[in-house]
Design a protein around this ligand. Structure first.
Ligand SMILES: [Fe+2]
Ligand SMILES: [Fe+2]
Length: 234
């Protein structure tokens, strides 16, 4: 998975102006060799979608656990929602709203889709607030609270999965058709700077540490455990 640690992020900001679309890898001594491509705006947006999907997966597991009336650590719901608020609402949606959607609006392309995506950002922000309130007062033993939470999680997950899938398969692939290579480079630089400004040096590491902790607590931390045994399928 693509990752920018604190050091490489800082290097990017320092070097992006001079290096254009490329960043010399650390320790590189021969010009033109061992160069790595910097993270583009789309790569960063897709990475944040990946974090969103991991958070939704956790919330789906929590929702399933409620059906079985499992005792769930309350901090898992609250903490996962907080990660989505930080990465998606405060950073990701802000970048899309202010730096990506306007490019489509200026080019008068995909207006219908962008309009719905903007509405869903507003809805998602509201839902985060509502889920936060529900989580603060949640008890798995309270049938009404359980149903209310499950219903809210269902709509939250459903909307954000459809939303991010449309962006990944329709909107982002069309970026290159509406902006020049030079403007795309500017966009990459703008998005990198905003991302660092909003999330700080350790924003991704902190978010991932929280999600991985929740995944481990729910018994879903080992990727290999998701591989089915073929004889179980028959
Ligand atoms: Fe979006
Ligand atoms: Fe997005």
């Amino acid at each position: 998975m693509f990752s920018l640690g604190p050091i490489s992020r800082r290097k990017f900001i320092l070097l992006s102006g001079a290096a254009g679309a490329y960043l010399a890898a650390s320790g590189c001594s021969k010009q033109g060799k061992d160069k790595v491509e910097i993270a583009t705006a789309v790569e960063l947006m897709e990475k944040q979608h990946g974090i969103l999907r991991r958070a939704l997966f956790i919330l789906d597991e929590v929702k399933g656990g409620m059906d079985a009336r499992m005792e769930l650590p309350p901090e898992i719901i609250q903490g996962t929602i907080e990660v989505v608020r930080r990465i998606v609402v405060e950073c990701h949606q802000k970048i899309e709203d202010e730096s990506i959607f306007p490019l489509f609006e200026s080019a008068k392309k995909m207006g219908g889709l962008v309009g719905v995506l903007r509405e869903q950002h507003a809805a998602g922000t509201q839902m985060i607030g509502i889920l936060g309130q529900f989580a603060a007062d949640f008890s798995v033993k309270d049938l009404e609270k359980r149903r209310t939470m499950q219903n809210a999680l269902h709509h939250f997950s459903r909307m954000y999965r459809a939303h991010s899938d449309r962006e990944d398969t329709q909107l982002f692939p069309a970026l290159r058709q509406i902006v020049s290579p030079a403007d795309l480079t500017k966009l990459n630089e703008t998005v990198q700077k905003l991302d660092l400004q909003i999330l700080g040096q350790n924003g991704y590491d902190e978010a991932m540490a929280k999600l991985e902790g929740f995944e481990n607590a729910l018994g879903m931390g080992d990727l290999a455990a998701f591989t089915p045994h073929m004889d179980e399928l028959r």
